[in-house]
Design a protein. Structure first.
Length: 445
């Protein structure tokens, strides 16, 4: 006997509750693999002259009625109807509805296919520079697609939602799920290690879906280690090269030294958990070792830098593409190394001679307001109608000239407030440091 009220409550409180019923097994996605005959003729004729094999891999939602295996009605919808010839369909595979063709085109990089279409044009077309047999390559891709689809269904049975949960607009987002970057970013990071010896020891923290480990193994690395107790790591049957991947306990980890630590640790509030991971990795890498991590953008803030071990030095820093993450994730790729000398600790500011921060209860005496937190208020500068804002923002007493300076700095306050993960934030230190950059530390006469 079911309780309708309880079911309704569960669906509101836990957006993943009973999710499988929302994606019935009859609803699938069709992944097709095809190529035009002209391309195949060119490949057979010129493959000894570095003309690579190429394939198109795309998808069609069967519920839209575009696809038909016999007539290829997909090519009547305007998508490919202007092509000079009809394509030859190698295979059409029904997969989990959340498994996108985009992900498959990323994953086949493990099989030697290119990152993008090297000829430009359709992103559905990819090349393999060393392949010699269409039949063998299509077989490998089909098996990889089937394995990935099976993983999606198994994951959904186990957790109640598929690995593509990050694309859902859920009310509650589990940290270990919504922080996971696109596999393309992960593979690009791993490619930075391609010139290292294949015998180096590599540690990957909390590798969701096993993307780091699996790709590193496909690159030929023999000694890859990750956490045995991480619930989101796939079982060996869903990995392509499990023999190179070692699951270790926390005690084993604490006794080991690695040449490389690469991954995407959880971020935590204010990025503090990511900082904890980074500091811990400094004890686990060998002298001259590499720490390459996806970290929250807030890691760049002075307050975060001061929390990082001073013998850790950042040698590479790159913004991640916002499209590589679900909404609300702002991250960077950074490489750190341990050195035998310390960075200087960054001076933090709490006050400035040109203006005074007032207590919240004294806000009616303030001359200017600068928002501290929130996507709307953070970095905003107001000279009136600001007393209704909540406690925690900056209420400032200053002369008219200083007030005007603060007003002029609003674009920069706004910019610095975005150097964080999640909700924007412009703290006292950020405000004062920005002011000093333009007007110095002296008192106005």
């Amino acid at each position: 006997m079911t309780n309708g009220l309880l079911d309704a409550i569960k669906e509101q409180v836990d957006p993943f509750y009973n999710l499988i019923t929302l994606t019935p097994k009859s609803q699938t996605r069709t992944i097709y693999i095809f190529q035009f005959k002209a391309y195949r003729v060119l490949f057979e004729k010129y493959k000894d002259s570095d003309y690579p094999m190429s394939l198109y891999i795309g998808d069609t939602d069967t519920l839209r009625g575009w696809y038909d295996a016999e007539t290829l009605t997909r090519w009547k919808d305007g998508d490919y109807s202007k092509c000079a010839e009809r394509p030859d369909l190698f295979e059409a595979i029904e997969v989990h509805p959340d498994l996108r063709d985009y992900e498959i085109r990323i994953l086949i990089r493990i099989l030697g296919w290119t990152r993008t279409n090297i000829w430009g044009g359709s992103p559905e077309c990819r090349q393999n520079m060393i392949a010699t047999s269409y039949s063998q390559e299509v077989h490998k891709i089909v098996e990889a697609i089937k394995k990935r689809s099976e993983y999606y269904y198994e994951y959904e049975r186990k957790h109640g939602y598929s690995p593509a949960v990050v694309s859902r607009k859920a009310l509650k987002r589990e940290d270990d799920m919504y922080r996971i970057p696109d596999a393309r970013l992960i593979f690009d990071m791993c490619d930075k290690l391609k010139n290292l010896s294949k015998d180096v020891k590599i540690y990957v923290p909390l590798d969701a879906h096993g993307h780091f480990c699996d790709y590193l193994a496909s690159m030929g690395f023999k000694f890859i280690y990750t956490d045995a107790d991480y619930e989101y790591f796939p079982s060996k049957e869903y990995l392509n090269n499990p023999e190179a991947i070692n699951l270790i306990t926390r005690d084993e980890y604490n006794c080991m030294k690695f040449d490389v630590a690469i991954g995407n640790p959880p971020y935590g509030t204010g990025g503090n958990l990511a900082i904890k991971f980074l500091n811990n990795l400094a004890d686990r890498v060998k002298p001259g070792g590499i720490i390459l991590q996806v970290l929250p953008r807030s890691i760049r803030k002075d307050s975060s830098q001061n929390k990082i071990r001073l013998d850790l030095h950042c040698v590479y820093d790159e913004d991640c593409d916002p499209k590589d993450f679900p909404t609300g994730i702002d991250a960077v790729i950074q490489q750190w190394e341990v050195r035998n000398y310390n960075r200087e600790k960054i001076q933090t500011y709490r006050e400035h001679a040109d203006f005074k921060f007032l207590k919240y209860e004294d806000r009616y005496d303030a001359d200017v307001f600068v928002g501290e937190y929130g996507d709307g208020p953070s970095g905003k500068v107001l000279t009136s109608k600001f007393t209704h804002y909540a406690k925690g923002h900056h209420f400032i007493k200053a002369s008219p000239e200083i007030v005007q300076r603060l007003v002029n700095l609003e674009p920069e306050f706004r910019k610095v407030s975005m150097e964080t993960n999640g909700r924007k934030h412009c703290c006292k230190h950020d405000l004062i440091k920005t002011y000093i950059k333009h007007y110095g530390t002296g008192h106005q006469e």
